[in-house]
Design a protein around this ligand. Sequence first.
Ligand SMILES: *Cc1c(COP(=O)(O)O)cnc(C)c1O
Length: 367
Amino acid sequence: MKRRSRTVSGTAPQGPRLRPTLDGIPTYKPGKPAGADAYKLSSNENPYDPLPGVLEAAVKAAGSFNRYPDMGVSELTAELARRFDVPVEHIATGTGSVGVAQSLVLSTAGPGDEVIFAWRSFEAYPIITQVAGATPVPVPLTAGGDHDLDAMLAAVTERTRLIFVCNPNNPTGNVIHRAELERFLDAVPAEVLVVVDEAYIEFIRDPEVPNGIDLYRDRPNVCVLRTFSKAYGLAGLRVGFAVAHEPVANALRKTAVPFGVTQIAQDAAVASLRAEEALMVRVDALVEERARVVAGLRAQGWEIPDSQANFVWLGLGERSQEFAAACAAAGVIVRPFPEGVRISIGEAEGNTIFLSVAEAFRKTIDG
Ligand SMILES: *Cc1c(COP(=O)(O)O)cnc(C)c1O
């Protein structure tokens, strides 16, 4: 067989053809790693070192990493099913909840289909939507940083396949209350999947916020997304899961990367669930720190949303980069967006440095 010519004649040599949908996706720019002496308040991680028992479980699993992990993730799945009182078939795990979210999009949407989410919200939503070739439909938050659920409903078309609801919202920290969310879920067409992303549920203290698992039980089109990355402190191990009715959960098992959740991650997640009491003491301490930071900011004159997550939000707009630079100069790394700055609640010393930067910066705003 005659080989095709090496270049298309008359044009410059070209590389492999990539899917045009990727052009709309920003190239990932790794954040500046926090120097050894800086506090990293930029990724909403748990600032505590791993619990001893969890670390032991991970180290033990590391001893057999020449073997593939348990593909069925059976022990973790059984533990989760028991804890939430759901069938094991309703649990689908993945490489972080971002991995599960990507499988959810791949399972429901392709070219021509639409995925709705609030904006600004979790930055992965538009990316995983475009990777699937589907069309992102961002719906602006209200001025106060809330999901505009009426506008999201109005954005539903016959092409809508999936809606992400982030509760509490990353990066603003705002929550959606039970009555509001139930009204929304009841109005969404039954063939549209609603994914309630509860990455920060353990930090919620507002009793009006629903637990998504109560909402999914009698709604076949509702799925709950959870992660071990935040409150449980396993961000580096990459394990998250969905609770969904069987057709959706089965689709997630088909679209997930095979053997994506390592045995180290599986065993550490099981150990974390068993060590939950000790972990929740740490979560309580972070919630107390959040209260201290929020009170401190308000005393300085900042108007901020009532965060129910492990971060706070300063809606600084075009001064966001400047604020992040001031924080970095003082030894804390925060996360600027075009609309504002998200600051994770970390070690008390780091939070205190952030508060002092915020106080000085505040004075440059009102004069
Ligand atoms: C951090 C975060 C996740 C979790 O990501 P992992 O992949 O589980 O580490 C999911 N959703 C939101 C909104 C988040 O902020």
